[in-house]
Design a protein. Structure first.
Length: 371
């Protein structure tokens, strides 16, 4: 899997206590990587990180603020990574309106600080900078955004991610052409078990329905490129492996940006996600939150074109929309059964079991990264 690139490698993950970061760290440990994490806190209660007791399986588990350059440099120097995955961010659109300065400081200057730390660590061989599909200037068109489309953003979060992309590519052109292999990645909307962030539809459903309440929906007809968390992570890991092993033929992967998302025709509305999840929670309902977007401007139509990832990496999404929903619902059901006094299951075991099932599905569907 991933050309066995990660076994025994030292991998530094920023944002490892967050939703995507904790899934990435769990997958890396399963493959035999030596994982170190850097995060300012555990962002939610409950959390995927805590539910797995992930800290017990890490070589280093550092608390620090990515806005503090010296702390970042110190942590990375002490860990001496071979590979860096940068996920730490202020990742919520609504919070970016409440505190735009913090959002830009974390997402823009935090990116710069990670890259400065990489410059200070000669052992680093590959760097994957994770931004967002929101980094594109949204023109509300029906076509999927390509990596060459305009960067930008109406809201502070989206704009900060566009800035992060520009910074990363500036560092590649200025400092990394002959140094560590660097690339940026932009993923569509990620769902899956263990996300409890505010103002995201799947965590909202899980919280409300576990409490026996209807879920409040802000934008039922907004479309997003929904995908299981393991889908983009497989892309990040495959790209990182290729960079780490110098597998740049026939395309030069260094300094490139890649979209990772579902097939272009898989773009479902928020209402369709809620209805699909409700099939796994019989009897629970939803209702409109008429005041949920007061003061916010958020795009209603967003699609990604992932042809470049297919052409350069042979990567494509594995699961159908229905399978994505099933994986997600099963994780939450397992967690809440334990919370309700039934025999609790170790959520690390359940998480690794879902990773194994996903890898098996990818192997059956001839995904190139499984080899």
């Amino acid at each position: 899997m991933f050309a066995n690139a990660y076994k025994g490698r030292r991998v530094f993950v920023t944002g490892h206590t967050g939703f995507k970061g904790s899934w990435l760290a769990a997958w890396l440990t399963q493959m035999g990587a030596v994982v170190g994490g850097f995060s300012d806190c555990v962002p939610t209660t409950p959390s995927h990180y805590a539910a797995m007791d992930l800290c017990a399986h890490l070589e280093a588990d550092v608390r620090g603020d990515i806005r503090d350059r010296e702390s970042m440099i110190k942590a990375m120097r002490q860990f001496r990574p071979d590979v860096v995955f940068h996920l730490a961010a202020q990742a919520l659109v609504r919070k970016s309106y409440d505190d735009p300065a913090l959002t830009f400081e974390a997402n823009m200057m935090g990116t710069l600080n990670v890259l400065e730390a990489v410059r200070a660590c000669p052992d680093v061989q590959a760097v994957i900078m994770i931004t967002s599909d929101k980094c594109y200037r949204n023109d509300e068109w029906v076509w999927g955004y390509r990596e060459t489309d305009h960067l930008g953003g109406h809201d502070p979060y989206s704009a900060s991610k566009g800035c992060a992309e520009i910074i990363a590519h500036s560092y590649f052109e200025s400092f990394f052409k002959d140094g560590p292999a660097c690339a940026t990645v932009r993923a569509g909307n990620v769902i899956g078990g263990g996300d409890w962030a505010q103002d995201r539809i799947v965590p909202d459903c899980a919280r409300a329905w576990a409490a026996g309440q209807p879920v409040q929906i802000r934008s039922p007809w907004a479309t997003r490129p929904w995908q299981l968390v393991l889908e983009p992570l497989s892309g990040y890991l495959w790209l990182g492996a290729r960079l780490l092993l110098g597998l740049n033929e026939p395309f030069n992967l260094r300094g490139q940006a890649y979209n990772f998302g579902p097939a272009a025709d898989v773009n479902n509305t928020v209402a369709e996600v809620v209805d699909a999840l409700a099939l796994h929670w019989p009897g629970f309902t939803s209702e409109m939150d008429k005041n949920g977007q007061a003061g916010m401007k958020e795009c209603t139509l967003l699609k990604l074109c992932c042809d470049k990832a297919l052409a350069h990496l042979g990567w494509k999404a594995t699961l159908t929309f229905e399978e994505t929903i099933r994986y997600t619902a099963e994780w939450y059901h397992c967690f809440y059964q334990g919370q309700n006094g039934k025999q609790p299951q170790n959520m690390l075991d359940f998480t690794l079991g879902q990773i194994a099932a996903y890898v098996n599905a990818a192997e059956q569907r001839n995904q190139v990264w499984v080899k």
